[in-house]
Design a protein around this ligand. Structure first.
Ligand code: ADP
Ligand code: GLC
Length: 475
């Protein structure tokens, strides 16, 4: 089985969110099952070309537009250099040529693939690579939805620039919907999200289409890479620890607080946040409960994130009201994100919706109690702690009361050191590795291959039926 896996971001080369981590860790897990996985991604401006090995170059035709590409490789990832389109700082540009960038990328990758040994499956991720499922009709195709909130919607003019007529895309709204309609198999990143997106409340306008494809729609939880997110060996944290040496986690906490300029006190609870600052992550219900606990509880809150102005302002406001208790670092910082997982006791992730979520699983691996809303992948990965069983704190309703209740439960539990350690050990024992999850993708690939075979034998039969019958001498 040979699979071409397309992703807009791949850690450690480029990363905005969880997809980068999935694109870095799922392909190796599938290779361990014998699948020949090749990952394709743009060479974004921040990826240093001198560290890559050149492969080939060519030009793809996209509706009359010539897309010049150069392919490079490193660590089984093929990087596509598209002059003028991807030599930029940001992975997602949201500028006026976003459609040309990603459609151009899909055309370039497929053009390159034609010169390679045949792939059995094209596996595209999110709308940016979804066009590949629409274009590649002679191969099995799998499309994974990592986030229904980003659909790649464009004007009829923009669509025609990338070779699509508005009619083709009409029923599907955008490139995400087009990929959902075109792919042989569709997956998303948790079973609960797979159900939620088939409802009008969770479907972001695509629930009808998703229901129509429900027989081919599978929810598979993301896994995490224990080589990268593991407090026993993580090179990005100062002190390593395991469930047997949790006291060393306190030392990471001291380093974290010192770095963030917050005073340390023995046994003080630290609440961490690492997130894109967008409505999806639930920041609209955070200010009230945080302000309350910051004024009545001697706790520390450490926030790392970037995104929308109003959330940046909110955290700045809270930091100026409680400079000894809350510190906010704006930006993207891989090292600090690991230190926050290691040095916090509690991790806040009150998402409005969450396809899967990785940070709650990273938190569990680091013995940090996630406080989450019961939604999407959070509902599938965190069990509310009952004193004996469970590995986090879960609230249901998306409101300040719900979040305040769960955070209160977490802080109260933390007062009882023994009890809190029961939760920490439960959390650290949860197996979120890809080992049990990657085989589910293999199964999906097999189903896509079957579809492709059936399609090709049907078209062979149709061609044969159209051929005029051979005349025989007796006639
Ligand atoms: P999403 O993909 O929706 O952002 P996930 O929980 O799946 O959510 O993954 C987020 C990933 O991005 C995690 O690895 C998290 O540590 C990382 N991340 C988010 N914001 C930042 C940031 N400001 N700095 C460093 N890493 C971040
Ligand atoms: C998306 C989702 C997140 C998921 C990640 C990786 O960015 O928002 O929930 O974990 O993709 O699948």
């Amino acid at each position: 089985m040979r699979v071409l896996f397309l992703s807009p971001e791949v850690a450690p080369f480029s990363k905005v969110g969880g997809l980068a981590d999935v694109a870095a860790s799922l392909p190796p897990a599938l290779r361990r099952l014998g699948v020949d996985m090749v990952v394709a991604t743009p060479r974004h401006g921040r990826i240093d070309r001198s560290e890559l090995t050149p492969l080939r170059e060519g030009t793809a035709d996209m509706a009359g537009l010539q897309i010049a590409w150069r392919a490079f490789t490193r660590d089984r990832v093929v990087f596509f250099d598209l002059p003028g389109l991807f030599d930029r700082e940001e992975v997602y540009d949201d500028g006026p040529d976003e459609h040309l960038r990603w459609a151009g990328f899909c055309h370039a990758v497929l053009d390159w693939a034609r010169g390679e040994e045949r792939f059995d499956v094209i596996h595209a991720n999110d709308w940016q690579t979804g066009l590949a499922c629409h274009l590649a009709t002679d191969v099995g195709s799998v499309f994974t939805i990592h986030n229904l909130g980003y659909q790649g919607r464009f004007s009829p003019d923009q669509l025609s620039q990338i070779g699509l007529d508005a009619g083709t895309v009409a029923g599907t709204h955008g490139l995400l919907g087009l990929a959902i309609a075109a792919a042989d198999m569709v997956t998303t990143v948790s079973p609960t999200y797979a159900r939620e997106i088939q409802t009008p409340e969770g479907g972001a306008g695509l629930d009808g289409l998703l229901r129509a494809r429900s027989a081919d729609l599978v929810g598979i939880l993301n896994g995490i890479d224990p080589e990268v997110w593991n407090p026993r060996i993580d090179p990005l944290i100062p002190f390593h620890y395991s469930e047997k040496s949790l006291w060393r986690k306190e030392w990471d906490k001291q380093v974290l607080l010192a770095e963030m300029g917050l005073p340390h006190r023995r046994l003080v609870p630290v609440v961490g946040v690492v997130s894109r600052l967008v409505p999806q992550k639930g920041f609209d219900i955070v200010e009230g409960p945080l302000r309350h606990f910051l004024s009545v509880w001697d706790l520390r809150v450490v926030v790392l994130g970037s995104g929308e102005r109003r959330y940046v302002d909110m955290f700045r406001r809270l930091a100026s009201e409680h400079p000894d208790r809350l510190a906010f670092r704006e930006g993207h910082d891989e090292r600090l994100s690991h230190l926050i997982e290691a040095g916090s006791d509690i991790f806040l992730m009150p998402s409005l919706y969450e396809p899967c979520g990785l940070n709650q699983m990273y938190s569990q691996a680091y013995g940090t109690a996630p406080v989450v809303r019961k939604v999407g992948g959070l509902a599938d990965t965190v069990r509310h702690f009952d004193g004996t069983r469970g590995d986090g704190f879960v609230f249901e309703h998306f409101d300040e009361q719900g979040l305040g209740w769960a955070l209160g439960q977490a802080l109260t539990t933390h007062l009882d050191r023994r009890r809190f350690q029961v939760l920490q050990r439960n959390a650290m024992a949860v197996d979120h590795s890809w080992d049990a999850r990657a085989p589910l993708y293999l199964d999906v690939y097999r189903r896509a291959v079957k579809r492709d075979h059936a399609r090709r034998s049907a078209s062979r039969a149709a061609r044969a039926a159209r051929r005029p019958p051979r005349s025989t001498s007796s006639e």
